[in-house]
Design a protein around this ligand. Structure first.
Ligand SMILES: [Zn+2]
Length: 308
């Protein structure tokens, strides 16, 4: 049966009606910034009602960027989304839409989307990493999404990679997120631009703030300083992935999120670190590649979790 996947992001709230085969039949989007804090639940419910119009739907799953207690359908902590913290979202949204509602972490939902319909289709064991403003993760082993005792598991972005590394948004030092996120790319690009003002990166930094996509573009155009920013990101990512390879022996590690558009500029060094650090035979099997669904992985995975 069709289901609705909702993906709450920093920039947009997206809701989609999705078939069991992963085809999007209808989709609505609202910019998150346009929604006042105290209207968030109303807006989510409105998006669900609007997208459902004319379709038979079995249930809804709402993917939220934050710490989730999946067993109680509660969000414990979601930066900038405090209105939806510590309430029964299944009840609040359920009574406004007359649908069965579940809650899931956004990276877990995206991981499930890639597993069912994207880079992990047909496999049993997959790790998903999203490199965005932060780093999210999802683990699927024996075809099951690992959530742990409280549904809070799979936080691969907050595994410590370098105890003396930079401060992470979570308060810890040297998390994978602090070293391999889009934010980390921007920080490293700023530092190197200051050290090498005559490079293309250095020149751009004099004109304006450097974005992650600038680093990728300049690296593709041959700027070695920009390329080195991405190579270092790839190295830290690979150090994290080597641990996941040893722990979970996945068939595929799929890398998604905005920064994954740098593709081989990051992945080549990540693969090298995995080969250096992970154990055989796990390191020989694993394929590290770009995720295939792009930003739709969230709504697709959420919809698949709603009905599963
Ligand atoms: Zn952290």
């Amino acid at each position: 049966m069709n289901a609705i996947g909702v993906d709450i992001g920093g920039t947009k709230i997206a809701a989609a009606v999705v078939t069991p085969e992963g085809e999007i039949l209808s989709e609505v989007r609202y910019p998150t910034q346009a929604v006042p804090q105290n209207r968030l639940i109303e807006t989510i419910a409105k998006a669900i009602t609007e997208v459902k119009d004319g379709f038979d739907v079995g249930g809804v799953c709402v993917a939220v960027p934050g710490l989730i207690l999946a067993s109680e359908n509660k969000v414990i902590f979601a930066p900038n989304l405090h209105e939806i913290e510590n309430i029964r979202l299944d009840e609040e949204i359920g009574r406004r839409t007359n649908l069965m509602v579940k809650v899931e972490n956004d990276a877990n939902a995206a991981a499930w989307g890639e597993f069912r319909f994207g880079a992990g289709k047909g496999l049993e064991h997959m790790i998903f990493i999203t490199l965005g403003t932060g780093v999210g993760g999802g683990i699927i082993t024996h075809g099951i999404l690992l959530r742990g005792a409280q549904g809070a598991g799979g936080e691969l972005g907050h595994v410590t990679i370098d105890p003396t590394g930079p401060r992470c948004g979570c308060g810890n030092f040297g998390c994978l997120e602090a070293l391999a996120s889009g934010t980390a790319i921007q920080r490293r690009a700023r530092e190197l631009a200051n050290e090498r003002p005559s490079s293309a990166l250095g020149q751009l930094a004099i004109e304006r703030q450097i974005l992650g996509e600038d680093v990728t573009r300049l690296a593709r155009e041959g700027d070695e300083v920009s390329a080195s920013v991405l190579k270092e990101t790839g190295r830290w990512l690979g150090i994290g992935l080597a641990g996941f390879v040893n722990t979970f022996n996945p068939e595929v590690i799929a890398i998604g999120g905005g920064a994954s558009r740098a593709g081989e500029l990051i992945l080549e060094d990540a693969r090298r670190e995995v080969q250096l650090r992970a154990r055989s035979p796990s390191r020989d099997l694993v394929e590290i590649k770009e995720a295939t669904l792009g930003p739709e992985s969230g709504v697709l995975g959420a919809a698949a979790l709603a009905s599963g």
